[in-house]
Design a protein around this ligand. Structure first.
Ligand SMILES: [Zn+2]
Length: 220
């Protein structure tokens, strides 16, 4: 479950239960968010590239940050793409992921988990995932060349050879829950950035003029 706090920042209950970290999903009504100065950021390129954040600053190109260093604020920017924040309670490690359609079908969440396992000893079935606001299957109409990339994750769907609608969050959840996958705790927002113009920027709705929301996670 997600809740909107007094500063117009969304909080995921699954992450709020972990007292050793802080997190939030900014909206278009949270201009002072995140306020911190120790931000670790990426030049996002719609890849499945994972970057280790040992300190704050511009850490180059990539679409996921991982860290176990207290006080470093991991940041991803989105406006329809999914922001996904991940916590490993046993090893006190965190991740922030930017997943548009390319990152989603490239399984950037799986790549992030793999990097956490090799770096921190993370056990994937112990992870907590908060899947933030992004464009929903209500609004995400795609052409056949994009739709067909989702077919491996939706074997029951016959419509993915043509133009249709797809859901990024459901695709990520299916990747996590498939046989042999992780069964960590998953907290999805269910919020569509395109449907809720008062709360969110949306690239699909607003075009190039769309702003970006900042989602962050840090170890205290
Ligand atoms: Zn929608």
């Amino acid at each position: 479950m997600f809740r909107l706090d007094a500063g117009q920042v969304y909080r995921a209950e699954a992450l709020e239960q972990l007292p050793w970290l802080e997190h939030g999903f900014g909206t278009r009504s949270s201009p002072n968010w995140p306020g911190a100065s120790d931000l670790a950021t990426l030049r996002q390129i719609h890849s499945n590239q994972v970057v280790l954040a040992e300190s704050a600053g511009d850490l180059g190109e990539g679409d996921a940050l991982i860290s176990n260093v207290p006080g470093v604020t991991l940041v991803v920017r989105t406006a329809d793409c999914l922001p996904i924040l991940i916590a490993d309670p046993r090893n006190r490690a965190i991740a922030a992921v930017h997943a548009g359609w390319r990152g989603t079908v490239l399984e950037i969440v799986g790549a992030t988990m793999g990097a956490m396992t090799s770096r921190f000893g993370t056990r994937q079935d112990e992870l907590v995932f908060a899947i933030g606001p992004g464009i929903g299957p209500c609004c995400y109409q795609v052409g056949p060349e994009v739709a067909e990339r989702f077919a491996p994750f939706f074997p029951e769907r016959q419509d993915l050879s043509g133009a249709t609608k797809v859901g990024l969050a459901e695709t990520v959840i299916r990747q996590l829950r498939r046989p042999g996958g992780t069964m960590g705790q998953i907290d999805p927002s269910g919020l569509c950035t395109c449907c809720l113009p008062d709360l969110f920027y949306s690239y699909r709705r607003d075009g190039e003029a769309a702003g970006r929301m900042l989602s962050t996670i840090r170890i205290r």
